[in-house]
Design a protein around this ligand. Structure first.
Ligand SMILES: Cc1ncc(COP(=O)(O)O)c(C=O)c1O
Length: 478
């Protein structure tokens, strides 16, 4: 049977079921949206009637046989996967499951050093032995991007017994690289490649978007449908195309990690997001790209900043404003926030704006915000620049001790300067983007501390770091 991509079987089944106005003697407690207190009615009334539970006609995410199986099959057809799983815990749960599926305690995993924290948590849960490969600093975009092919090649030569290679593609800013070469290298050792493609669900739309890692031979690919496609927050996909990793192992960990009462609105939004992507016309895409170019042009007129150019390796819907030396990125962010314009991400030197998959219609407001911003920036003061190009002196690096050994140690909060030379008991993570600056189990060095001090000065916040107490470091005793 040819599967028709316009169809949204799960969403449709839910709406039909809701229209029957059945009597609920089951969970959830809002009883098909009847019990909703006060003002919550205003916002929740339309969605709660499809917030169902595993009734006979509605299938079961953990053993899909019917309408969820059909929706997942349409998804795998569209994304060219052997199998696609619906995720209701974000790419976070997909990353955890694929790492757990790939390795057993003590086994090696070669992993990009600047991976999302969910990957690091996956390593710890799996009690894996990570081999971190450091990203390169790309002067052209003034930030760390991805590891080089040579670094991966060396890591593979030294660790041919690794159970997986874990990469992030694209990065948060939509930047990609020659992942196909890396996939081929890993496959030459029969090592599977797991890809965190959280920011690339729309690469399925084809040129001029970069290719999806799934089409380039990756074994497992996780995508946050909610980041670039119109799915609800947390709704994500895990796709598989692998002879090296068993689908059953991934399913096993998804069963363990995902709720036993998965949200039907989230799952239906995955159906909707896939149909949306599959039916976007080329005319509509042209209008979207024109709009992105216009937004880019307007942002370019902000003083003290430049918009980074888009190459064929970049997602054309990601617009990065690079803040010139001497100007604080949080001051620039403030200009936008005063006008109720919120970028996705602010780092010490860049602001990321994500253009949606529809033309943006508020150009006049954006222009106005920039004009008033240009007035304010004229009177802004100078700030120190942050030097981060030497952050990862070692290209290939393990942890100082195993996760098991870490578990058996005590730890204490220590002021920044005194933490140098000690082993971090918790990852230190500037948020967003949620990528650790210091890894749990890594020896803290002077470069880490200098960068942290400068980040703090610029008002960048960290997870797992209490400015009054310091960094948690291992003490050797419990
Ligand atoms: C690279 C990367 N991977 C994974 C995640 C987690 O995705 P989710 O929010 O879908 O759990 C994020 C979140 O920002 C991310 O940036």
């Amino acid at each position: 049977m040819k599967r028709v991509q316009q169809q949204m079987p799960l969403f449709q089944r839910l709406t039909e079921f809701a229209d029957r106005q059945t009597m609920s003697f089951h969970v959830p407690g809002h009883k098909n949206g009847i019990i909703v207190p006060g003002n919550a009615q205003r916002f929740f009334h339309s969605i709660l009637p499809i917030d169902m539970t595993e009734l006979p006609e509605l299938d079961d995410l953990h053993a899909p046989r019917e309408v969820i199986a059909e929706a997942e099959a349409l998804t795998s057809d569209y994304f060219h996967a052997d199998h696609s799983f619906f995720l209701i815990g974000g790419s976070t749960v997909g990353n955890l499951a694929m790492v757990l599926a790939a390795c057993s305690p003590g086994e090696k995993i070669i992993i990009q050093r600047n991976s999302h924290k969910s990957m690091m948590n996956g390593l710890e849960l799996a009690n894996a032995s990570p081999v971190f490969i450091a990203p390169e600093y790309d002067e052209a975009v003034d930030r760390y991007t991805h590891p080089s092919v040579e670094t991966l090649e060396e890591a593979l030569e030294n660790n041919p017994d690794a159970k997986a290679v874990v990469l992030t593609y694209p990065d948060y800013f939509g930047n990609t690289y020659d992942i196909q070469k890396m996939i081929d290298l890993a496959h030459a050792y029969q090592i599977p490649v797991l890809v965190d493609e959280a920011h690339g669900v729309h690469f399925s739309l084809g040129d001029p978007f970069p290719a999806s890692a799934l089409d380039l031979g990756a074994d497992v690919v996780v995508q946050s449908a909610h980041k670039m496609a119109p799915a609800m927050t947390m709704a994500s996909y895990l796709h598989m195309n692998s002879l090296l990793i068993a689908k059953e192992r991934v399913a096993h960990y998804l069963h363990m990690l995902q709720s036993s009462s998965p949200s039907y609105p989230l799952m239906a939004s995955l159906d909707i997001a896939r149909a949306f992507l599959a039916t976007l016309t080329s005319d509509r895409l042209t209008a979207i790209f024109k709009s992105a170019a216009r937004v880019r042009g307007i942002l370019q007129t902000l003083d003290g900043c430049t918009v980074l150019p888009v190459t064929e390796k970049d997602d054309p819907l990601k617009i990065t404003l690079h803040v010139k030396q001497g100007i604080s990125s949080s001051e620039v962010a403030n200009i936008f926030e005063q006008a109720d314009i919120y970028p996705e991400l602010i780092t010490h030197n860049q602001l990321l704006f994500i253009h949606g998959l529809a033309p943006f219609n508020n150009l006049a407001e954006l222009k106005k915000a920039i004009e008033s911003g240009n007035e304010q920036l004229k009177i802004s003061t100078n700030h120190d620049t942050i030097e981060i190009t030497e952050l990862f002196p070692q290209k290939i690096q393990g942890l100082v001790m195993s996760y098991q050994a870490m578990n058996e140690q005590g730890y204490i909060a220590t002021p920044l300067k005194e933490a140098i030379g000690k082993v971090a008991a918790e990852a230190v993570i500037p948020y967003p983007p949620g990528i650790p600056l210091i890894l749990k189990g890594e020896k803290i060095n002077i470069a880490h501390i200098l960068v942290m001090e400068q980040f703090i000065q610029q008002g960048i916040t960290f997870q797992n770091y209490d400015i009054d107490k310091g960094i948690n470091v291992y003490t050797g005793v419990r």
